[in-house]
Design a protein around this ligand. Structure first.
Ligand code: DMJ
Length: 918
């Protein structure tokens, strides 16, 4: 790595084979390690226990990969609830998230190098043969350039890297003749037309068969891309160039990076989330380390490590300095405006930023890495998983969790850097939670809502590419892996590229390097001095001492500014006015508000914080008036509580959040629509009645089944193909009259979720479910000890899974309608798909349109007209409010309107920002 990481000026060069992942010995680390620590050491984990956990990871991988290969392959992804493949065009569109699917057996390619890391060499050999035999790249399908690069190009290159390593060892892959590399090169050429812009920034999407802009390509009219989308190419493209000698790939990726660097906001040194690929104007000027930007920073630092090009480190350090100055508010990482970086752009964080502590380890800045990681872990302990977004006071902002690996990634790197067994315990918790809450008979299902524990029919390929790799490596000793992991660098999708690439075909990149070494500004050149193992032994006490003060940070829910409040108490000054205490009728409060807009920087800062709190408070109050989603958990054989369906609540009947769950066998009512007195009361008596949506009011259905003796009801949508994956959840309204007579709980399921229950009845007749506000612990609900033992993940379970797989394979026809729905903004790194989209969202790219939580309810009494209650925060309104105080205050807090006039300075700043004065 002296070639890879060594540049001039670094006092402590890296030895050739030093662990790059431990490039963690900057001066800051050396200093803090010298401080004395008196907290207790976490108990070390025995080799046996580590091996046990490693084996558990292997078993889990087999469960995920085996089910994909058996029930989904050659489709791109497995749908673990319905146990079949997700084929683009054959399922309702989920929006931009589907742009990762190119009909190229995505999960198989993304899993290739994981197989080798997990010591499954034989399976790897088989998998490579399958890729070469089955995968076709000449598909008329529009894919995301970013996703295709990190998952498919990265997957092929990772596979190639380990294939040649194995071949060299002499046992496996002896037949291999660079076929994966040839495929990678073909894919590289298919992606290149995306770079045909004057800026050199790539278009966000490309048609694999027809490229860009041709009429048949159905893409090429986009104007914007996210920063991460344009800035996360260099590792794969440079590796492709260096492996093949075709320089063009590295040149294009460098050009895109150079352009982004030029466009950084010069006073803050930050970059925005979205950029115009033709003009280079920032379209979204908020800046963080999560969604939309994350891997741009990651690739600058890793490009330095892999390619040995000092200019990348210089850029990274410049950005890092800005991040630590403005965005990092330990343990939080909060988005700010690039032109006014002292202003927060949001009051919530997204889950993608969980990779950042891992990157900080690579940078060598361990303290903030430990702090942020600890905060994230506490959020996880509260909700079992990291919700896609959570507020600064740790409330769920967006409750989905698609089994993202970022937190496991950071846990692995922190363990490598600190040696603290605490991080092994963290990994153990992640494993337990995955098995307990996400494992379903046919794989692992994403969480639809971490609060209810309900599932989504989705298992993303990154779960296999990354999660299992990091978890396995966390518990593995050197001898557990058949090659030296330290010889490789992880891409953002955890694909492995060999560090020796830094010395191969190196000259091809030099002519394109924009920064001249002689012109580098050394004052901002924080040379990374690697290898903690050489400088000092791992010291677990160090990490412990940093975590200690943060022990209860989430429980105490310490909002930003609390430290300043305490400080002012100490100095005898009055604490600043907090939004939650504000009363518009209190003259003293109005006086304080006036001051906030006028005088000192501190007053102004208080004012801005107050505004943000007020907005947050108001949206929180709105949310609190609405009902959260509920869960239907199938608990009878062969489900045993593993499958949890997302259900909409009713505004009448038993409130499941206040009462114990309702448990019972299900029975279809007759008539199925439940709109008249039931003709089969004996069948539904003491059971949970299934009723079809439509033809009368929900309350009427509830009364009819209640009169027949049902103990609960599940209304199943009559729109075939509807699913909570693609449509916002509904809340069933009453009939406008008094509904106090309805005592039983009622829940609503979309057609796809309802079909899972209906199919189960067809197959097993007796189907027992739990209706609740939140999935229950399986061990607790399984009374029958036999059931309980069957529930444990084991190889026996696999045969059981197979019968369940059949059970779950839906025979229903799939709705082919390509309905556009809001997608996961964090996934997609995507751009507006049409001008109409952009208009609707008032300038916000869909990649940040977070579906709202429980806002915007319209109550109505008619069945068929439900109220929107999916967990989709209205990002649009929040961002607008945050960046345009005139509007939000005018709307929400009338009496303060006049006071805002005093805040000219900040309003002007906002306006300037809007004009994008770079
Ligand atoms: C992965 O595909 C990559 O890590 C990417 O950089 C962003 N996140 C997803 C998984 O969450």
């Amino acid at each position: 790595m002296s070639e890879a990481g060594g540049g001039r000026g670094c006092g402590c060069r890296v030895p050739q084979r030093a662990p790059w992942s431990l490039v963690a010995a900057t001066a800051s680390l050396c200093l803090v390690l010298a401080t004395s620590v008196c907290t207790a050491r976490a108990a070390p984990m025995s080799r046996e226990e580590k091996q046990k956990l490693g084996n558990q990871v292997l078993e889990m991988f087999d469960h995920a990969y085996g089910n994909y290969m058996e029930h989904a392959y050659p489709a791109d992804e497995l749908m673990p609830l319905t146990c079949r493949g997700r084929v683009r065009g054959q399922e309702p569109s989920r929006g931009d998230v589907d742009d990762a699917l190119g009909k190229f057996s995505l999960t198989l390619i993304d899993s290739l190098d994981t197989l080798v890391v997990l010591n499954k060499t034989k399976e790897f050999e088989d998998a490579v043969r399958k890729v070469l035999r089955d995968v076709n790249l000449d598909n008329d399908v529009v894919v995301s350039v970013f996703e295709t690069n990190i998952r498919v190009l990265g997957g092929l290159l990772g596979g190639h890297s380990l294939a040649i390593m194995l071949k060299e060892k002499g046992e496996y892959m002896q037949w291999y003749n660079d076929e994966l590399l040839q495929m990678a090169k073909q894919l590289g050429y298919r992606l290149l037309p995306a770079f045909n812009t004057t800026s050199g920034l790539p278009y966000p999407r490309i048609n694999l068969k027809f490229g860009i802009r041709k009429p048949e390509a159905r893409t090429g009219t986009e104007t914007d891309t996210c920063t991460a989308c344009a800035g996360t190419l260099i590792l794969e493209f440079a590796a492709l160039s260096r492996f093949t000698g075709a320089t063009i790939f590295e040149e294009y990726a460098r050009k895109a990076l150079d352009f982004l660097w030029e466009k950084r906001q010069r006073s803050s040194n930050l970059v925005g989330v979205t950029i115009n690929i033709h003009t280079g104007d920032w379209v979204r000027k908020d800046s963080g380390v999560g969604a939309g930007i994350d891997s741009y920073y990651e690739y600058l630092l890793k490009a330095y490590v892999l390619l040995g090009d000092d200019s990348f480190l210089e850029r990274f350090n410049t950005h890092y300095d800005a991040i630590m100055r403005y965005i990092s508010q330990p343990p939080l990482l909060l988005d700010v405006h690039i032109h006014k970086p002292m202003l927060n752009a949001r009051t919530w964080m997204d889950s993608l930023l969980a990779f950042f502590p891992g990157l900080q380890v690579l940078k060598g800045d361990i303290r903030p890495a430990i702090e942020t990681h600890e905060m994230l872990y506490q959020v996880i302990k509260k909700h079992n998983f990291l919700p896609e977004a959570f507020t600064t006071d740790f409330r769920v902002h967006w409750a989905q969790h698609p089994l993202r690996p970022e937190f496991a990634e950071s846990t692995y790197f922190l363990y490598k850097a600190t040696g603290d067994p605490y991080y092994l315990e963290v990994g153990k918790t992640l494993i337990e939670n995955l098995n307990k809450y996400a494992r379903v008979p046919c794989g692992f299902a994403a969480m639809k809502d971490v609060r209810t524990g309900s599932h989504e029919d989705r298992m993303d390929s990154f779960f296999l590419a990354e999660m299992f790799k990091y978890l396995y490596l966390l518990f593995a000793d050197k001898e557990d892996i058949i090659f030296d992991i330290e010889d490789y660098i992880f891409t953002t999708e955890a694909h492995l590229l060999p560090l020796w690439l830094s010395t191969t075909n190196r000259s091809i990149s030099k002519k394109n390097t924009t920064s001249e070494y002689t012109e580098l500004d050394d004052s901002n050149f924080d040379w990374t001095c690697p290898n903690t193992q050489i400088l000092f032994p791992n010291d677990p006490l160090y990490a412990q001492s940093i975590r200690e003060p943060l022990k209860n940070v989430v429980d105490k829910s310490c909002p930003r500014g609390i430290i300043r409040v305490e400080e002012s108490f100490r100095s005898g000054a009055k604490p600043p006015l907090r939004a939650r205490d504000f009363m518009a009728t209190n003259p003293e409060h109005l006086e304080i508000l006036k001051k906030m807009g006028a005088a000192s920087a501190i007053d102004a800062e208080d004012g801005l914080r107050f505004m943000q709190e007020m907005i947050e408070l108001s949206s929180q109050q709105q949310k609190e008036q609405q009902l959260p989603p509920r869960a239907v958990q199938i608990i009878s054989h062969p489900f045993f509580g593993r499958v949890v369906l997302t259900a909409g609540p009713a505004q009448f009947g038993l409130d499941l959040s206040k009462h114990k769950e309702t448990r019972g066998f299900v029975a279809s009512s007759k008539p199925y629509n439940g709109c008249s007195e039931l003709t089969n009361p004996e069948a539904v008596m003491g059971k949970i009645a299934l009723i079809q949506r439509g033809q009368c009011m929900f309350a009427e259905k509830a009364r009819n089944i209640q009169n027949a003796g049902a103990i609960g009801g599940i209304v199943i949508d009559d729109n075939e193909g509807s699913s909570s994956d693609t449509a916002p959840l509904f809340q069933m309204a009453g009939d406008g009259k008094d509904t106090d007579d309805i005592k039983i709980p009622m829940l609503f399921l979309f057609s796809k979720e309802g079909s899972i229950i209906l199919d189960a009845i067809r197959e097993h007749e007796e189907v027992e479910v739990l209706l609740s506000d939140k999935a229950r612990d399986r061990a607790a609900i399984l009374k029958d000890p036999e059931m309980e033992s069957e529930d444990q993940p084991s190889s026996e379970n696999d045969s059981q899974s197979q019968s369940v797989e059949q059970t779950l394979s839906l025979s229903q026809t799939v709705d082919l309608v390509d309905q556009e729905t809001p997608e996961n903004p964090l996934d997609s790194h995507s751009e507006p798909s049409s001008p109409a989209d952009t208009e609707e969202t008032a300038g916000l790219a869909p990649s940040e349109q977070i579906p709202s939580s429980t806002e915007n309810l319209e109550t109505t009494s008619l069945d068929g007209e439900c109220t929107d209650l999916d967990n989709q925060p209205k990002e649009q309104s929040e961002t607008e409010e945050d960046s345009n105080p005139n509007v939000s205050w005018g709307k929400k807090v009338q009496p303060i309107d006049s006071i805002l006039a005093d805040w000219n300075e900040d309003i002007e700043a906002f306006e300037m920002m809007e004009k994008d004065e770079l």
